[in-house]
Design a binder for this molecule. Sequence first.
Ligand code: GRF
Length: 205
Amino acid sequence: VNIGILISGSGTNLQAIIDNINEGNIDGEIKLVISNKKDAYGLVRAEEAGIETLYLDRKEFSTDEEYNKKIMEEFTKRDVELVVLAGYLRILSKEFVQKYKNRIINIHPSLIPSFCGEGCYGERVHKMVLDYGAKITGATVHFVDEGTDTGPIILQKAVKVEDDDTVESLKEKVLKIEHELLPEAIKLYCQGRLSVEGRKVKIID
Ligand code: GRF
């Protein structure tokens, strides 16, 4: 399966995918990594892995729709079938989500539907978990639909919130789970083992 990946930051999730492909766990090939941030370290990780990269500056486009159209063009040129958002912080256009229906996978650092949605991303998620006094948190991998963090859930895994946890310690615990779940979901997709019926994702054994 040809994979296209969107990033905005350090790319530790991207690295986990690269490592799993290299270990033969995922029957897929990353054809292109696009970042909306020029200094995203994930671009370096991709280049070091010999993967084509592209930085797309949002300011060079008149609208979000034009920006998304360019992304779709680049992915279509490379016959990308599966799109992965690995720490990508921009919203996708309706056209994009419709074109790749149930073929865009996102990772979110909480147990959706808790601590997610507009403006709830990155370290803010862990701060909200701590401020709320939640006893467990975790990560969610889901297909992307028109909403923010609202698409059908593929995999989730929980971790306990300890009394002495900080944003940093929680982020570390959750990232470890992310680095397990995202490659696992991509592996299952590439094996054709994910079946989506409405909101429900079933894993075919
Ligand atoms: C992390 O907050 C992760 O939970 C979320 O995106 C952020 C960056 O992750 N998915 P990465 O290290 O760039 O993969």
